[in-house]
Write a protein that binds this ligand. Structure first.
Ligand code: FAD
Ligand code: DLZ
Ligand code: SF4
Length: 513
């Protein structure tokens, strides 16, 4: 009797549910590098190098733990190029009696898994991914009778369920949320904590050469690749964050600074999304740091809310809304993104910083994604499907289950308010308040019209005017509509003309391929 256990590139956890109860003596673990996964979007080169290297290191860790691993490399001449094709070859090689697999993270691959039983004529046991707190059924049970899905209520459920930051039935510190103490702008600080940098070992160097040679038309640069690619190194990065950055995570969560890529963020998303770190273990360590008096409550609570609140909530929305979620376009936006989204070459400093760092490292922090690149894409009326593809391509942590609801829902309002009750839009004033970007920019953030006026300003009011019908009734949009209504006809006309001229001149030409 042989059991075949395929492990996908974002399932790199030794405690994966498909391995539960398996006997190494009669199990073959299958890992597959396949062309379809490396090209279903043009992933950033660092994302490809990270996943392939982490997969190869994980295969070694599984072997060390006593498992028999059948590993198919991308450059294997017989590689079938797809999960299903490679599974067919593995069924031929090993003649398994059954297949056991942990459910895939996204609809596209889940659809393949559902076909395997019929295709191969053997039982396929598709198991729940126990690395998440809420199962699909749990989320459905929570969501089904609610008029609105509010993350905060879901988050409280997750707190109760995990016991994280709880004192019996009450939240630690007697409050569920300490955000009032957060959201401060930051000043340049020479003592700012830095994440660890991991020099590529021989396996990573080999993968980097493969990616460099084979994926020349993918965005991003491989220079300076310094991601952790093993569970041990990811754990060291976690300790670095908890020891040096977590204390100030809360206060500076929304801050942005020129040249500072990480600030007090954890950079944990690549590792928890691919399986090198366990999100609950990470949260338990964060809570322990607070209980030991090493970090303030607003930082520990703020961090845990992102992981057991937002992360789980986004996954719940993704699976509940179904495979058609990706086609939503509530505001009817159709514009292509400017080509400089793939080069960073724009004189808008905030955008050149956020995009430049993205191309250099395959990472940007949340406010850069939401209030710089996302905000701009929404204000110019970019096609949400294209915006979604861009985010899925360029970030190391991007898998559709988490990227899509963040992009299409939270950032582009394309689901009409399911994830966010109002569009996340702002003029230049917000960026000026939360960053030093405007001080380094050729545009004047205080101006709305004129050659040197910050483009965000006219675009913001143009968006408000353009979407009057869709948004005026939204009570959270009452304030901007009141302000717009108070402006005289000439000011309105000049603002809209400024926005129209900017949009006309925008190099809205889409990706360079
Ligand atoms: P930290 O600021 O240190 O936060 C801690 C952890 O909380 C993160 O590691 C992450 O796991 C979790 N988290 C925080 N915010 C969110 C959120 N909104 N949704 C889900 N998890 C969250 N996150 C991804 O993991 N993958 C994506 O593809 C992704 N795409 C995004 C696209 C857009 C348009 C936006 C606005 C956000 C996106 N996010 C995505 C959420 C968030 O920006 C990243 O999780 C975060 O920037 C990762 O950096 P960090 O690990 O330093 O996060
Ligand atoms: C993202 C990715 C890439 C680029 N390559 C592979 C691969 O070659 N083999 C693999 O098993 N997984 C890869 N992945 C991650 C998968 O796309 C991910 O596991 C699915 O999206 C899960 O639904
Ligand atoms: Fe961005 Fe406008 Fe500030 Fe320039 S002035 S950095 S374009 S917000």
């Amino acid at each position: 009797m042989t059991v075949l256990i395929p492990i996908l590139g974002d399932q790199l956890s030794l405690g994966l549910s498909s391995l539960d109860g398996a006997d190494p003596a009669d199990t073959v673990v299958l890992m597959m590098e396949v062309a379809d996964e490396t090209t279903y979007v043009r992933h950033h080169k660092q994302k490809l190098a990270y996943i392939l290297s982490a997969m190869r290191h994980h295969a070694a860790a599984l072997s060390d733990a006593g498992w028999t691993v059948d590993y198919v490399r991308l450059d294997d001449p017989d590689n079938a190029g797809s999960f299903t094709g490679e599974l067919a070859r593995a069924v031929g090689r090993h003649a398994p009696d059954r297949i056991v697999v942990t459910e895939a993270g996204e609809w596209r691959v889940r659809g393949m898994q559902d076909e395997w039983e019929t295709l191969f004529g053997i039982p396929v046991d598709i198991r729940t991914d126990t690395r998440f707190i809420a199962t699909h059924a749990d989320f459905e049970a929570w969501a089904k009778d609610r008029a609105e899905l509010t993350m905060e209520w879901f988050y409280r459920e997750m707190r109760r369920r995990t016991g994280l930051m709880m004192e019996g039935k009450k939240p630690a510190g007697d409050r569920w949320n300490f955000d009032k103490e957060n959201r401060k702008p930051a000043k340049a600080d020479l003592l700012m904590p830095r994440p660890l940098a991991f020099a590529p070992d021989a396996i990573t160097a080999e993968v980097i050469a493969l990616v460099e040679a084979r994926f020349t038309d993918h965005p991003g640069s491989l220079d300076g690749f310094d991601w952790a690619v093993t569970a041990a190194d990811a754990a060291a990065q976690m300790e670095q964050f908890i020891t040096h950055a977590l204390a100030d995570f809360g206060p500076y969560e929304d801050a942005m600074l020129t040249g500072e890529r990480h600030l007090w963020h954890s950079i944990m998303s690549p590792y928890i999304n691919s399986g090198l770190l366990d999100p609950l273990d990470l949260c338990a360590r964060v809570e322990a740091a607070w209980r030991a008096g090493r970090v303030p409550i607003q930082s520990a609570e703020g961090f845990i809310r992102q992981v057991i609140g937002w992360r789980e909530f986004m996954r719940g929305i993704y699976w509940r809304e179904g495979p058609d979620y990706v086609t939503r376009n509530h505001l009817g936006h159709t514009r292509q993104l400017p080509r400089w989204y793939w080069t960073g070459e724009t004189d808008m400093h905030c955008l050149s910083e956020a995009i430049g760092q993205t191309l250099a490292t395959a990472h940007a922090h949340h406010i850069q994604r939401l209030m710089v690149t996302g905000n701009f894409a929404l204000l110019i009326g970019a096609d949400p499907a294209e915006v979604h593809r861009w985010y899925l391509e360029v970030y190391l942590d991007a898998y559709e289950w988490v990227e899509l609801p963040n992009t299409l829902g939270m950032s582009q309002f394309a689901d009409g308010g399911l994830v966010g009750s109002k569009p996340y839009i702002s003029s230049g004033a917000y960026i000026d308040r939360m960053s030093d970007y405007c001080r380094h920019c050729r545009y004047d953030v205080k101006k709305r019209v004129g050659e040197d006026a910050c483009p965000f300003n006219a675009l913001y009011w143009n968006f408000i005017a353009r979407h009057d019908e869709a948004l005026r009734g939204n009570r959270r949009m009452a304030m901007p509509y009141r302000t717009w209504d108070k402006q005289d006809g000439e000011a309105k006309r000049a603002t809209r003309a400024q926005a129209a001229a900017f949009l006309d001149g925008l190099d809205a030409s889409g990706p360079p391929y």
